[in-house]
Ligand binder design. Structure first.
Ligand code: BG6
Length: 478
C-alpha cells in the first residue's frame, strides 16, 4: 500500500510570477507585463501602455531571475524531486514573430535547468503560462489570428531542440480551458491575448482562439516527439469538477453541460476529437469558424502523453428557470456557493474529496496518466518575532488533498505521475497580482507593491513537506 518509489514530489511556479527582470537581457514585454496589481475586490487592469502611475507586479516577481541558485538550494534541501516552471516566451522571441531567438534568454534557461539537474531535481516545463508576447496581441490580435500557430510552434521547436537533453516533461498551454469562462476579460486575455471584444462576440472569439491553440498544441506534440521520442508532452487543464446544486434533473443536466463546456478541450487534446454536442452547437450558432479538415487531422494525430491538471476547488451550479435548448453555461451567472464547503479568504471553496472525484472522472474519460501540477491554498501569513511562520492552515489543506490523491492511487488504481504544490515559494498571484495571497512553503519578504528585503524564510509547511517527501507520502491511516 505504498506509492511508487519514483513518484515525483515537487513544487510549481510560472516564469512571469517569479522571475521579475521583465525587460532584462533582451526580454520583450509579455501580456503579464501589462497587468496592474489588483485585489480580491478590484480586478487587475490591462493597460496597453505601461505607465509609471501603476504597479505592475510581474515586472519584479520575486526576483528569481537573479536568485535562482539560492532558491534551488532551498528546493533541494526540501527534497524536491521535480520543479515545474514555464519558459517566458518573450525571453526567447521578444516580439513573438522575430526571425531569430534571443541567445541570452536561451542561456538563462540553460543555466536554470542545469542547476536543477545538478541538484537532482527534474524540470517540468510549461511552454505557455499566461505570458505570451504582447507584440502578438498588438500586431495580430492574439490567438484569434491563425498566424499565431506558426509562431508558437517555432518557439516550441526552438526550446525543444535546445533543451532536449535537459527536460523530459513538457506541457503546452497552462489551464487552456480557463477561457471557457468567456465572459471573463482576464481569462480571455491571459489564455489567448484577446482584448476589447464585446460580451456578445466573446463566445465565438473564444471558440476560434481555442481552436487555433489546440491545433498549435497538437502540432507541438507531433514535432516534440520527432525531436526527442522520449519526451512526455502533456496538456494542462484547470480542473474544478462541477456539481449540481440539487437532485433536480434540470440542475443535474446543467452541471453535465457545464462540465462538457469546461472540459471539451481535454476531449480534443486527449482523444483527438471534437465532441458531437459542440460540433452541433458551433454549427447552429452560425459562427462559420475557421476549422479545416487538415486541422482536424492534426488534432487526431497530436494527442498528449499525459494530463497535467491544477486543482484548487470544486464548483456548484444551478439551472435557470428558463434555459436555452443548449443549457449554455455562464460561469458567473450559474455558479452558486456549496453550503457543505468552507472557503478561503478569496472565496475559493475547499473540497479535498473533489480532487479524488476529479482524478476518477479524468481517468475514466481519458485513460491517460495524470500529473497534479498545481494544488494549494492562497492565504495571508504572519511572521512571528522569531521569524517563524506557523501556517498550520496550509498544512491542513495540503495534507487533506494529498490523502485524497493517495486514495485515488491506492484504492482506485489511478496512474499519477507526481504532485507539485502551487507556489512552492511565495509569488505574484495571477488572478489578483497580490503578493499577500501567499501559496508558498517558503516565505518571501515582499509586499504587494514590491517592497521588502526579498529574504526567504522557511514556513512550518516547508518542514512538514520535507518529512512527507522523505516518507514518500502520508500513511493513509494517519
Ligand atoms: C492557476 C494558475 O490558475 O492558479 C496560476 O495556473 C495561478 O498561474 C494559480 O497563480 C492560483 O491562482 P491565483 O489567482 O490565486 O494566483
Amino acid at each position: 500500500m505504498a506509492l511508487k518509489s519514483d513518484f515525483l514530489w515537487g513544487g510549481a511556479v510560472a516564469a512571469h510570477q517569479v522571475e521579475g527582470a521583465w525587460n532584462e537581457d533582451g526580454k520583450g514585454d509579455s501580456i503579464a507585463d501589462h497587468l496592474t496589481s489588483g485585489s480580491v475586490n478590484q480586478g487587475r487592469c490591462i493597460t496597453p501602455i505601461i505607465s509609471r502611475d501603476n504597479v505592475y507586479p510581474n515586472h519584479f516577481g520575486i526576483n528569481l531571475y537573479h536568485s535562482y541558485k539560492n532558491d534551488i538550494k532551498l528546493f533541494a534541501d526540501l527534497g524536491l524531486k521535480c520543479f515545474r516552471t514555464s519558459i517566458a516566451w518573450t525571453r526567447i522571441y521578444p516580439n513573438g514573430d522575430d526571425d531569430v531567438p534571443n541567445e541570452s534568454g536561451l542561456d538563462f534557461y540553460d543555466n536554470l535547468f542545469d542547476e536543477l539537474n545538478k541538484n537532482g531535481i527534474e524540470p517540468i516545463v510549461t511552454l505557455s503560462h499566461f505570458e505570451m508576447p504582447y507584440g502578438l496581441v498588438k500586431k495580430y490580435g492574439g490567438w484569434k489570428n491563425r498566424k499565431l500557430i506558426d509562431f508558437f510552434v517555432k518557439f516550441a521547436q526552438t526550446v525543444f531542440k535546445r533543451y532536449k537533453h535537459k527536460v523530459k516533461y513538457w506541457m503546452t498551454f497552462n489551464e487552456i480551458n480557463n477561457q471557457s469562462d468567456f465572459q471573463s476579460k482576464l481569462a480571455l486575455y491571459s489564455n489567448s491575448g484577446i482584448m476589447g471584444c464585446s460580451l456578445k462576440d466573446s463566445e465565438k472569439i473564444m471558440y476560434q482562439a481555442a481552436h487555433y491553440e489546440l491545433v498549435a498544441s497538437a502540432r507541438t506534440v507531433i514535432t516534440g516527439h520527432e525531436i526527442n521520442p522520449n519526451f512526455k508532452i502533456g496538456c494542462m487543464l484547470a480542473m474544478a469538477p462541477i456539481y449540481p446544486s440539487t437532485p433536480n434533473p434540470k440542475d443535474i443536466f446543467k452541471a453535465e453541460r457545464a462540465n462538457q463546456a469546461r472540459y471539451w478541450f481535454g476531449d480534443i487534446q486527449c482523444l483527438g476529437i471534437y465532441p458531437e454536442w459542440l460540433k452541433i452547437y458551433q454549427k447552429q450558432s452560425n459562427w462559420n469558424l475557421d476549422i479545416t479538415q487538415s486541422d482536424l487531422d492534426i488534432l487526431k494525430k497530436g494527442t498528449v502523453d499525459y494530463i497535467g491538471l491544477s486543482y484548487y476547488m470544486s464548483m456548484t451550479v444551478e439551472a435557470d428557470n428558463h434555459e436555452d435548448p443548449y443549457y449554455t453555461f455562464y460561469e458567473e451567472k450559474n455558479k452558486i456557493k456549496n453550503k457543505y464547503l468552507k472557503e478561503s479568504e478569496w472565496g475559493w471553496q475547499i473540497d479535498p474529496i473533489g480532487l479524488r472525484f476529479s482524478l476518477n472522472w479524468l481517468n475514466d474519460r481519458y485513460h491517460k496518466p495524470l500529473f497534479i501540477v498545481e494544488n494549494g491554498l492562497g492565504a495571508r501569513d504572519t511572521v512571528s518575532n522569531k521569524n517563524e511562520i506557523h501556517d498550520q492552515y496550509r498544512i491542513n489543506y495540503l495534507k487533506a488533498h494529498i490523502l485524497e490523491m493517495e486514495k485515488a492511487i491506492i484504492y482506485d488504481g489511478i496512474d499519477i505521475v507526481g504532485y507539485t504544490p502551487w507556489g512552492i515559494i511565495d509569488l505574484i498571484s495571477a488572478g489578483t497580482g497580490e503578493m499577500s495571497k501567499r501559496y508558498g512553503l517558503i516565505y518571501v519578504d515582499q509586499n504587494d507593491k514590491g517592497y521588502g528585503t526579498g529574504k526567504r524564510l522557511l514556513k512550518d509547511s516547508y518542514y512538514w513537506y520535507q518529512a512527507l517527501i522523505k516518507n514518500n507520502g502520508i500513511k493513509l491511516e494517519e
